[in-house]
Write a protein that binds this ligand. Sequence first.
Ligand code: T3D
Length: 262
Amino acid sequence: MSEPSILYEAREGVGIVTLNRPEVLNAFTPDMLDLLHDTLHRATDEGQRAILLTGAGRAFSAGQDLASIQDQYVDGGPDFVSLLREHFHPVLRAIRMLDVPIIAAVNGVAAGAGMSVALACDIRIAAENARFATAFTKIGLVPDAGMAHTLPRLVGFGRANWMLMQADPVDAATALSIGLVDRVVAADVFATEAFALARQFAAGPTRAYALTRQLLDSAATTSFDHLLDLEADVQAAAGATEDHRAAVAAFLAKQPPTFHGR
Ligand code: T3D
């Protein structure tokens, strides 16, 4: 029997989700995307307080599996609309709507929609040998899986435009310097450091993280005036959490806070 295309393990409050088709650099098939979607929900349903998303072997993901759709080109071409709407988009929406923080541990190359998935995550930690290739225009496609939204917001319009149109891969050091990733670590300690980072988020104020993401996403499409109204409501939700109250009490008692994710 073949290995599952997505591996899952729960450890110390972290759901570790591994893209697992290393022979094709973890390129996505529809079944794999559906399983990824279900596995993200499995982690939160089980009560994990952070998700660490990574790839097996030498890649994070090379995006859409181009070999698996090759035969469709003789017959009118792949059905891009259903591939995106039915398989990619549920994954991207799940990532942006999770109740817990999700950290992309980019262990190697991330290309096309594989890079898009990494960019949709809350935090990116990359191994020093990681590479980021938008790849879409190299095969005559436009950015998808949300990249036209996420990339300019991370690196600015001009740099995003260059990366999408010129499309040569960007190395990890450059990715760090332009804000595409949050941390870069040596390959030999990458797995340990990535897990430690995820565990740190798993021990944090879970609701505040999810509400922060919600506020940032809303801010991208709203006026400053409306954002001020929105932040009052979202802050009321954060302020009603047990974690907030306990953290203020801990601060006043000169103690470190302990968060329970409630
Ligand atoms: O329906 C739709 O298409 C719409 C959705 C589109 C979303 C997208 O993601 S479009 C972008 C798709 N991805 C790409 O175009 C990237 C293609 N891959 C590459 O450019 C390179 O493989 C990398 C830059 C990612 C890595 O290069 P390198 O030299 O490190 O590895 P390699 O030798 O090219 O790849 C290793 C193997 O993985 C190789 O197989 P082999 O020769 O050992 O049997 C290669 O064919 C396979 N592989 C890599 N990427 C894909 C792939 N197989 C299928 N699909 C891939 N995307």
